[in-house]
Design a protein around this ligand. Structure first.
Ligand code: PEP
Length: 415
């Protein structure tokens, strides 16, 4: 008999966090006392976590209990009873990490809904929950005995992302490599390796140089789940823009996707955030799907500016975007220091950045931000692709150097 969803979810949570029991009641009570005006007593902890229905999961930092989440795993919904993080660690995003881990476990195991209650006046907590896509669905009058405050009931639909995440996009950026003949030959070889034989749940997009877009589109015409895109676009229908290419010209050449804001365009060709935003909005309006590239330089990362840089780039890229749904767009997180350098971001760095991008997407597109694909790019090779694509919130890969050869790229698609 299949294991029930609630048991699977608890098992997944136990794999990610340390499960706490009655023996941890003292440490939990001390943590609560630091976090809340009316903390639970040790006796409440012992009686609550002594019951099988409630489970508490802790996060340790520097050898001490730095935060915990208490949850109730129902048949198909997960209720978050309490979440607390040491005040001095909140600014480091520990609360978000805890919440993200709990929600990932719930999604992975097929939970449909997340639920929680929060004090009406607790603005920071409400902002955190809302950034993960929780929305208020009700109000409980005078719910908190200590202050008589109302509680807001928040709910998050978890099921839709589960479905969407079944598919992953593996994209090839051929940069300024390959003549038309070379591009057509590589696309034909790729089709031979993948068409009719595409691994379950994968979509391929090839981004050749402009002049080869139509040759690649012809080589891939009618192939199953293989699309063509362009590496750039100009945000106007037509006009005196020497050297530029419009969305209609790209569609005419057979492109259905376009990259905007690739790091080489930002850092080598000097494109700024606002220009990237104009391209994104116009290309989408003109019927192309957009893959928005974002990522920090090493200097920005080392200065602790990862979140600020990603937020600035995404805000600008989507400022004028009126997307109808998650299928219209994707985001590629590509740390600049990992592109073409052979340096791959580590799993924790990737998971952290992707979780940040997810929160920013949900904030920008509350109805479908949870379902937008987030690809990782930066020195992906056949040998590291499988471990990267398996990470939480990694919905695909954008591959440069290793996509130039059909065998190597098809090995990545199969990873
Ligand atoms: C890219 O061009 O988007 C890229 C990720 O390149 P590489 O795989 O060569 O690092």
């Amino acid at each position: 008999m299949a294991e029930p969803v609630d048991a699977r979810c608890a098992r997944e949570l136990t794999a990610v966090f340390e499960e706490l029991g009655a023996a941890d009641a003292g440490a939990l009570a001390a943590l609560e006392a630091l976090c809340f005006s009316s903390p639970w007593s040790e006796a409440q902890f012992v009686s609550s976590f002594g019951q099988a229905a409630f489970r508490a999961f802790g996060l340790r930092a520097a050898g001490r209990l730095a935060g915990y989440a208490a949850v109730y795993c129902g048949a198909d919904e997960l209720e978050l009873l309490n979440i607390a993080v040491l005040p001095e660690l909140r600014r480091q995003g520990l609360g978000a990490r805890l919440l993200d881990g709990v929600l990932q476990a719930a999604r992975k195991t097929g939970m449909n809904r997340g639920l929680l209650e929060v004090r009406v006046g607790n603005a920071p907590a409400r902002a955190l929950y809302e950034s993960f896509g929780f929305a208020p669905v009700g109000r409980r009058k005078r719910y908190y005995a200590d202050t008589g405050e109302d509680a807001l009931v928040y709910q998050l639909d978890l099921a839709s992302r589960e479905e969407c995440c079944m598919r992953k996009i593996v994209a090839a950026n051929w940069k300024m490599y390959k003549t038309r003949g070379e591009a057509a030959a590589t696309a034909t070889a790729l089709r031979r390796l993948l068409d009719g034989n595409m691994p379950e749940g994968r979509d391929v997009v090839v981004f050749p140089p402009f002049l080869a877009v139509s040759a690649v589109a012809e080589a891939l015409a009618g192939a199953d789940r293989m699309a063509v895109g362009a590496q750039d676009v100009y945000p106007a229908a037509e006009g005196a823009f020497t050297g530029e290419v419009s969305p209609a010209m790209l569609r005419d050449g057979g492109a259905s996707w376009v990259l905007v804001g690739h790091s080489e365009r930002r850092h080598v060709l000097g494109e700024d955030d606002a220009f990237v935003g104009r391209k994104a909005a116009f290309a989408l309006e003109q019927g192309l799907k957009i893959m928005v590239c974002v990522g920090e330089t090493l200097e920005e990362r080392e200065a602790g500016r990862l979140e600020a840089v990603l937020a600035r780039q995404l805000d600008a890229a989507f400022a004028g975007v009126r997307a109808a749904g998650c299928g219209d767009l994707a985001v590629a997180y590509e740390p600049v220091w990992a592109i073409g350098t052979g340096k791959v971001a580590g799993p924790r760095e990737i998971a952290e950045a992707h979780a940040l991008v997810r929160r920013l997407l949900v904030r920008r597109f509350p109805e479908f931000g949870n379902n937008v694909a987030i690809l990782y790019g930066g020195s992906v090779k056949p040998a590291n692709a499988a471990s990267i694509i398996a990470l939480d919130n990694v919905d695909g890969l954008l591959v440069g150097g290793a996509s130039l050869d059909a065998e190597s790229f098809s090995a990545i698609v199969r990873a």
